[in-house]
Design a binder for this molecule. Structure first.
Ligand code: BG6
Length: 478
């Protein structure tokens, strides 16, 4: 890899601590960052390189004696600055020029925005005004990249405005709109699983599929992320991006090829086909919840109506999925950590077996995104014994058992793809617009209906209304 500079805005934040620095360090350990690189943290805190290095060392739970850390830490720098004041950016330019001088060439630059989203406009404006966005001159802007974390906007209008700003400063090939779920091994595997195994294609449609469930559950609450989360909520934080992308992996048609735009085209078409829940139908099809105790979390408004749980039912307008309901739920403070997709097939129960009773639910294909990454197919089998009785059993594939790994970390993939300029697993504008259109209708419905989230106890699967949402269709959450 050629030398590069990685400027991280929001370098002392949660994402930097939990995901980005661990991923960078892991890439370094694997020797994937090349000979020379510069990691520059940019943040409000008034600290220097030394203190920042100590902070990163603690993020990574390492000691100064660790030889790998000694090698890695030499590449870490810090630039203090307010996001909306030019001063810090001007000092940053001097730093970056110094690196160029050291190498004797214009080094490619990556600007990574991992701050709370309300800072994005200010940062982009300053990058533009100070010409940082143009690289170090001599046509080097073509090597400059901008990566921007989700949530990308607050609704359709603000997402469009943000995109407009980005496109005024950068060319599309320089822009990386991050959704790290796209880079998860298990999510990428969906394409291989669906299209490389001919046996699933004939049954992957409304003649065989009864319904689809997606569950995104986290045992943790919002932890110390009140500043980020309050006012954002589950719908914007994970449904607009991660959940709709999971749905798209189930519903998308085979891409024409694995060329970047072909894959993105297939994904966009899948997102566009998700049937919007019109505002007047939101109350019936969307449930929002808030865990008890949320209002006393740090940095949360004491009268906040931000949802920490959401469940919804919607359809998908493609010939393959017409009439198949999708039930999707996501929550914090749930009883388990689990992200999975279940394809529940129509239970036919052959007439031969009717007398002895058939299991209520028959074949279910479950794709476990995390943890215990893998795939399970529930099938009906004869229960051992003299009597002919039926039971359900699972055929399982576990990544860990099979490959000795849980798959590469998503953020390592995100970063490597940015460094190598591969945009396939990043959102395109039209993709974002369609997902925001869907989410904004729900937000509008909540606004018109003055909807407040229903309280639920921590360690439960959200409000009872979420059970009713599926049970009224004579189905159950798995
Ligand atoms: C982030 C959300 O995008 O995804 C968090 O902001 C959420 O609220 C996280 O916890 C989950 O990611 P992962 O990779 O840990 O499942």
């Amino acid at each position: 890899m050629n030398p590069f500079v990685f400027v991280l805005f929001g370098a002392t934040g949660d994402l930097a601590k939990n995901k980005l620095f661990p991923a960078l360090f892991s890439l370094f350990k694997q020797g994937l960052l090349g000979e020379k690189f510069y990691l520059v943290g940019f943040s409000r805190r008034e600290i220097d390189d030394t203190i920042f290095r100590q902070m990163v060392r603690d993020f990574l739970k390492l000691t100064d004696e660790n030889p790998l850390w000694q090698g890695f830490s030499k590449n870490i720098y810090y630039q203090n600055g307010l996001f909306d004041e030019e001063k810090g950016y001007l000092s940053l330019i001097e730093r970056l020029n110094g690196f160029d001088k050291e190498i004797g060439a214009c080094i490619s630059r990556v600007f990574y925005l991992a701050t709370p989203p309300q800072n994005y406009h200010s940062i982009l404006d300053r990058l533009h005004a100070t010409k940082l966005s143009e690289g170090c001159g001599q046509g080097s802007s073509k090597w400059t990249k901008i990566a921007i974390e989700k949530p990308f906007g607050k609704d359709l209008e603000t997402a469009k405005a943000l995109d407009m700003k980005l496109s005024q400063i950068f060319e599309e090939r320089q822009i990386f709109r991050v959704d790290h779920y796209l880079s998860k091994e298990t999510v990428q595997n969906m394409i291989a699983f669906r299209f490389a195994n001919g046996i699933f294609e004939p049954v992957w449609n409304n003649k065989f599929i009864d319904h689809v469930q997606v569950t995104f559950a986290e045992k943790k609450g919002i932890e110390k992320r009140g500043k980020f989360f309050d006012g954002v909520g589950m719908l914007r934080d994970v449904a607009q991006n991660h959940l709709l992308q999971l749905v798209a992996t189930v519903t998308m048609e085979q891409p024409r090829s694995f060329a970047k735009e072909d894959v993105r085209n297939a994904r966009v078409a899948a997102i566009q086909a998700i049937a919007c829940i019109e505002s007047e139908n939101v109350a019936e099809n969307v449930v929002s919840g808030q865990y008890e105790g949320y209002l006393s979390e740090k940095d949360v408004d004491s009268s906040s109506v931000t949802e920490t749980f959401v469940a919804m039912k919607f359809g998908v307008n493609t010939p393959r999925f017409q009439g198949v309901p999708f039930y999707v739920r996501a929550g914090k403070n749930m009883p388990a950590n689990v992200v999975e997709i279940s394809i529940v097939f129509i239970q036919t129960c052959h007439i031969l077996f009717k007398e002895m009773g058939c299991p209520e639910i028959g074949n279910v294909l479950t794709i476990r995104i995390q943890p215990d990454e893998g795939i399970r197919l529930r099938v009906i089998a004869k229960h051992p014994g003299a009597k002919l009785a039926l039971d359900t059993v699972d055929m399982k594939f576990s990544y860990h058992e099979e490959f000795g790994t849980h798959g590469a970390d998503a953020y390592e993939k995100v970063l490597m793809d940015i460094f190598s300029g591969d945009q396939m697993l990043f959102n395109r504008s039209d993709e974002l617009e369609s997902s925001w259109e869907f989410i904004t209708k729900i937000l509008d419905g909540w606004k018109t209906g003055k909807t407040k989230p229903v309280q639920y106890s921590s360690g439960t699967w959200g409000p009872y209304d979420a059970e009713k949402l599926i049970e009224r269709d004579n189905r159950k959450w798995l």
